[in-house]
Design a protein around this ligand. Structure first.
Ligand SMILES: [Ca+2]
Ligand SMILES: [Ca+2]
Ligand SMILES: [Ca+2]
Length: 278
């Protein structure tokens, strides 16, 4: 497995690097997608070039993105066009310095026609290059939804939280870049951060719920009727539960107000619940 995975990464990296040439195609952000704004070498990054070649449509629109565009702080733009077997099954790109080299990496869900989704990490310096990805799920039309990037265990390195198959398996996983590879460092079943067919992917928030100096992940349980706070420090555990009268739906809004943090969580009824996190 290890060798096969390593070989795949190398091959894919080569292919994708080769595909990043200048293009005259539209660079407009994908409809219903979000442009990421960076403070390091990347100014902005977004998904573009809608395609219906991967007929899963888990995010409610009958397209996915075929390309990724990165605008650097110096004004240069790079575009990466995926090969026909792949799409970006995502409406967000996330910028984070996963390897602590002072430059942001790009974190995005990439799906294969035959193997379903993986979480991919791209480098953008003079070009866009795939540097790591989680193993593809292995079956078409199986998806994962990222849940947040933060130092969840207080070791100074970032972890990426994601839910594998949020409509089926509902497994929360934490991954970290170690020696250029993504390694899974923790997982637990019983979580979901997406409703099938919904455009909303941000059913999660990052906050130090128990005030121990290490941030925790706030995320719904498997049927989205309880909101849970999960801590990886000093051990993996559930630290708080908020019960909801109906299913949780819609992007969470996290705000600081008068030195207090509040989380606005929408129920599927449309009612907004305001949680005071202190
Ligand atoms: Ca970096
Ligand atoms: Ca960490
Ligand atoms: Ca904490």
């Amino acid at each position: 497995m290890g060798m096969r995975f390593t070989g795949l990464v190398s091959f894919l990296g080569l292919f994708l690097a080769f595909a990043t040439t200048a293009h005259a195609q539209s660079l407009e952000p994908l409809e219903h997608s979000h442009v990421a704004v960076g403070g390091k070498q990347i100014a902005r990054a977004w998904l573009t070039n809608p395609t219906d070649r991967y007929r899963h449509f888990v995010l409610g629109d009958e397209y996915e993105a075929g390309s990724l565009v990165v605008e650097m702080q110096n004004g240069e733009r790079h575009q990466l066009d995926l090969p026909e077997n792949l799409v970006f099954e995502d409406r967000h790109v996330r910028l984070a310095d996963l390897d602590k080299d002072g430059k942001d990496e790009i974190v995005v869900v990439m799906s294969d026609q035959k193997q379903g989704a993986a979480l991919a990490v791209f480098e953008a310096i003079n070009d866009i290059t795939l540097i790591a990805h989680t193993p593809f799920i292995g079956t078409p039309n199986r998806w994962l939804n990222p849940a947040g990037i933060a130092d969840f265990d207080g070791d100074g390195r970032l972890e990426i939280a994601l839910v594998q198959m949020p409509h089926l398996v509902k497994r929360l996983e934490f991954w970290r870049m170690i020696d250029g590879q993504l390694a899974r460092v923790a997982f637990a079943d019983g979580f979901s951060n997406h409703r099938l067919g919904s455009r909303f992917q941000k059913l999660s928030a990052i906050h130090d719920v128990d005030h121990d100096g290490v941030v925790d992940l706030i995320i719904p349980d498997a049927d989205r009727t309880n909101l849970l706070a999960i801590s990886l420090y000093p051990e993996n555990r559930l630290i708080r539960t908020w019960e909801f009268p109906t299913k949780i739906d819609g992007d969470f809004v996290y705000r600081e107000r008068n030195n207090r943090h509040v989380l606005r969580v929408r129920a599927i009824s449309g009612k907004i619940h305001v949680i005071d996190l202190h």
